[in-house]
Design a protein around this ligand. Structure first.
Ligand SMILES: [Zn+2]
Length: 303
């Protein structure tokens, strides 16, 4: 049973929008691409769990941010089952890596953060949090390499590391081990869910202003800017005006949460080529209408 689905963080959504509407610096762009890649790997892992492990044997909590003693930490994926917590740190590395004296490097000799140490840090903080919640069970941490193109030279013989070639076997063995969840699993999961912070306070979004950003409608599939009719010249994706307007209104609201949403604002944001009448009609049907006449604006209900 999935208690918390993975969703794109606002950080990732904002960076994706900025990458389309702005020229990010190289470091910002790399950071964004890494987040995107990490997210993709985590989604793949979620699917694998769903596919391989019977629903009734675990409670899955995906993508959690916690704080304990002013330290924030993130859990990629967690399964609660029979007073045991399976903690997964998921890495979507591809290409060749190597280890030398406990340090991890890419094939171009760039040192990266040691993922095992990252896992240990998360484990330590999670244990501390669980202790506060009165959990007396077992925590089993694993480092998962999801990408079949990943290879690690000088890999240590460590049962906590699951390589792509071991992943299916690992899932099979895990699914055989797990039994039906019990009421204390459910209680613990509920407690964990309550403590989740919705956004990590350490997100790294660059500063931006409205004027810096390119206005227009872009393809939902490949992010190429398009004009009416809404057919992407790059990938052929077709979208109707209503969904495009709604999508870009959400985007505008995410980037500029303090700005009022009006017909004129969204018309400008979408590149000024759609009829204001169309935009007005879509906004009126899709969002909450406030005020009258010229001072009319729209608000998006938060879930
Ligand atoms: Zn496209």
């Amino acid at each position: 049973m999935i208690l918390k689905q993975r969703t794109k963080s606002n950080e990732l959504k904002i960076l994706r929008a900025l990458d389309t509407r702005l020229k990010l610096l190289e470091t910002e762009k790399n950071y964004y691409l890494n987040l995107e890649k990490g997210f993709k790997g985590e989604v793949e892992f979620d699917l694998l769990i769903e596919k391989s492990i019977p629903n009734e044997t675990n409670i899955a909590i995906n993508d959690f941010v916690y704080e304990i003693n002013n330290t924030v930490f993130q859990v990629d994926s967690l399964l609660v089952s029979n007073n045991t917590i399976y903690l997964f740190e998921v890495k979507n590395f591809d290409g060749d890596y190597y280890i030398e004296k406990d340090r991890w490097y890419t094939s171009s000799d760039t040192e990266i953060k040691n993922p095992l140490q990252q896992l240990q840090r998360t484990e330590t903080l999670l244990r501390r949090l669980l202790k506060e919640l009165g959990f007396g069970g077992i925590v089993k941490p694993y480092l998962i390499f999801i990408n079949p193109e990943f290879h690690l030279y000088n890999a240590p013989r460590n049962s906590q590391i699951i390589f792509p070639t071991q992943l299916n076997r690992f899932m099979y063995e895990l699914s055989n081990k797990l039994m039906k969840t019990n009421s204390s699993d459910r209680k613990l999961s509920e407690k964990l869910l309550v403590l989740h912070l919705t956004e990590s306070p350490y997100s790294r979004v660059p500063k931006y202003t409205y004027d810096q950003l390119t206005k227009g409608v872009y393809c939902r599939n490949c992010y190429t800017f398009i004009s009416t009719p809404l057919v992407c010249s790059s990938c052929g994706e077709v979208e109707d005006h209503t969904t495009a307007i709604i999508r870009h209104t959400h985007e505008f609201n995410l980037l500029f949460p303090d700005d009022k949403i009006t017909t004129k604002v969204i018309w400008e944001w979408c590149g000024q080529f759609m009829a204001k009448k169309t935009i007005h009609s879509v906004l009126s049907k899709s969002f909450k209408v406030n005020g009258y006449g010229k001072s009319r604006f729209f608000t998006i209900d938060r879930p």
